[in-house]
Design a protein. Sequence first.
Length: 228
Amino acid sequence: LLGCTCKLVMDNMPWVDHLPDMDALKTIIDRGVPNPDAALGRQARECLEYYAETLAHYPKCARYIRLTQPDLQGPFDILHLMLGNEVFYAVYDEPELLHQALDLITQTYIRYRRFIAPYLTSDADGGRKCYVHRAIYGGQVVIKDDTATANISEEMYAEFAAPYNARILQAFGGGSLHFCGPRKEWHYRQMIAQPLTCLNFGNANMHDFENHHQPLDARGVCVVGFGE
């Protein structure tokens, strides 16, 4: 949607070709929020329509097979895909430009999630939960927060990740966060400052949940998929 290209390399997840320089990022920002029914956004919508039409012939399957949101990642993750590892220099060298980019990404995320909503059957509990990744998560969105939690400091996370996650979560009445890797001392402190309903670990074996769950308990944050 934002103008980057991607490719498939062997049996890997899609690779995004990074922008050549910051001027390319400025051009994308100047274009503003893109049309959600374009590029991969349109392909995802067409895919969901195809599944809905196919399932319509099988009412029992349609009842139990959920059409869930595409993997929308999260604001800082998307920015990292756009810039590559240059993003870790840019938080120091180009902070204002990064905030402009994250604002655009956040607006695009919200617009696209709302655009795709009519094609989904993943809501549960009257829209207060959703089916994603073999489980039921709180809220209507699951933000992937891998890059920021693993690679930047608490101060940088508080400036460049948490506020944009929070805007998305607030737009949908709360939601969930996913991140991979081990827990850092500051993670829960920053995460419970966001309007968070659930937390999911990509590497649950790296977490000492028995001894560190108290901050989450105190805020009523549910852990989904722990120990699977």
